[in-house]
Write a protein that binds this ligand. Structure first.
Ligand code: GUN
Length: 295
């Protein structure tokens, strides 16, 4: 079998085009959705993500601010920046890019963000709202993007056994919350497994839908996948490759070519889930702007 490739680039472009129309309508009504991104330090991957978020925002016609703070920024200074953004009427949503430098307590920072502006969906208030199925909660962008890919690709998840590999607060846990709900792109039986799970391949082989977010290059091999499963690869890993122009290449958490022989559908890396994440962040910002004006 050769799997159908789920094209994140095409789907994300489609969503961003639709959002640009919605943004234009909001602007005509006097509200320009605004997103701010705060980055502390010089983490190279974070810098790339943050630049892409700002660019996508402008392309959709939204207001965008990027706040770059030096690595030695104190927690008190970062909290003051959060307070300022909480009070800024031009900013409907904002996020503090993770990971933060070690001397800053991320939990305290996330708790300080006004939940109505928490477009990452990481504040415990939004985590709780999402888990009880409140449609006004912000859904974390990466798992929200995975769910939208499934819906927009016509994959009916109802009754599927979804196995999620990885239990992070950013992907694994909110992915489980979304897939278990009684909504389109939900109604799954959900198993979360992780690095300490006993006999992981035996669990992943039970999956009709396998979502992998473990951060280990090409971790999932063909023998771990049930024939006909839908495989979603959330990983973005750099591996050295002397044959590549840059000396490295990007691979996912799934061994793509052999798994594509077994699966019925698969997301590529790059060009899969990663493209969806930014589109969903923009969608959350539009949601924040709408909710702020009460519509
Ligand atoms: N670091 C990696 N992914 C994310 C994300 O979705 N939001 C934030 N704030 N930081 C991240």
């Amino acid at each position: 079998m050769s799997a159908r490739v789920l094209d994140g680039t095409r789907l994300a472009d489609e969503i961003r085009r639709d959002l640009a129309v919605e943004v234009a309508q909001l602007v005509a009504g006097g509200v320009q959705p605004g997103l701010a991104v705060v980055i502390v330090g010089e983490d190279p991957a974070s810098k790339v993500y943050v630049a892409s978020k700002g660019k996508a925002c402008l392309e959709a016609g939204m207001h965008s601010e990027t706040i770059r703070l030096p690595v030695e920024t104190t927690e008190a200074d970062l909290l003051a920046t959060v307070d300022r953004l909480n009070a800024d009427p031009r900013i409907h949503g904002f996020l503090v890019q993770l990971p933060l430098p070690k001397h800053i307590n991320s939990e305290r920072v996330l708790l300080r963000i006004n939940p109505t502006k928490d477009v990452d969906g990481f504040h415990p208030m939004n985590v709780g709202r999402l888990s009880v199925g409140d449609q006004t909660a912000f859904r974390p962008a990466t798992p929200f993007g995975v769910q939208q890919m499934l819906i927009r690709s016509g994959i009916d998840t109802k009754g599927m056994h979804a196995v999620i590999v990885g239990r992070s607060n950013i992907v694994g846990k909110p992915m489980a919350s979304l897939l278990v709900q009684d909504t389109p792109g939900g109604n799954c039986t959900v198993t979360i497994c992780h690095s300490r799970s006993r006999d992981l391949p035996a669990i992943t082989r039970l999956a009709d839908l396998l979502v992998v977010a473990i951060g280990k290059p090409e971790f999932v091999t063909a023998d771990m996948v049930k024939p006909g499963a839908v495989v979603i690869d959330v990983g973005i890993n750099r591996v050295t490759d002397p044959a590549a122009a840059k000396g490295y290449r990007i691979v996912g958490d799934v061994a793509y070519a052999p798994v594509a022989e077994v699966a019925s559908a698969i997301t590529p890396v790059p060009g899969g889930v990663g493209k969806m994440t930014i589109a969903m962040l923009l969608m959350n910002t539009v949601q924040a702007a709408r909710q702020a004006r009460g519509s």
